[in-house]
Design a protein around this ligand. Sequence first.
Ligand SMILES: [Zn+2]
Length: 234
Amino acid sequence: MMRFPITDLLNEQNCHDFVLGLLHPDGLGCPSGHPLPDGQCPHRPVRASVADYRCRTCGKVFNLFTGTVWAGTHYSCAKIVLILRGFAQGVPTLQLADELECDYGTLLGYRHEMQAAALQLRDTSPLPDAVTEADEAFQNAGEKGDRHSDPEDPPRRRANKRKGKGTMANDRPPIQGIVGRDSGEIRLTVCGDTRIDTVQPEVEAKTGTGITLYTDESSAYNRVAASGRGCATS
Ligand SMILES: [Zn+2]
């Protein structure tokens, strides 16, 4: 199989600017929040695109990774861009580590840190909508990925061909989601399984009473009506 040195092919400065925009949408500043003045020279260049700056107000030394999940990383910005893309697209950690030539354990650590951060920042308030829609998706968690025995059969396809319902235990945890028809907002939870005792509390946390919930035929939603919500199959 032909291998593409994709990290080397990306423009490091463009990747740096992209990562800077993601990590610091309001511009780079020191850990105490003093903004970095335009045109200030680096305190010392760490490597090609990542420079350390010394704050002129408080003297703290920082770079674009300070105070983020990526603090202290030796990865290039190009590699970080590709890692973030892989995480966002649900690429298994093992496949990503292989493609980007980085350590599997290190990458898994970053993935867990970012998942925890995303979990903490998500909106958990009930949807404001009168009409909502529920569904479950099954996502290959990518944590138990098999080694690439057959390059023609990528791990994700293999995972989706696996028989039986996805659960946390078989590495295909269900993601229970409810979307508001008017607001378009969505509330997602990674669940252990799709049984009624698991799903009903999700419905009650994500919607208010008196709303209508459209569901599929799944028996997991059989208790919705009893909890003061209208329930209809879509
Ligand atoms: Zn400062």
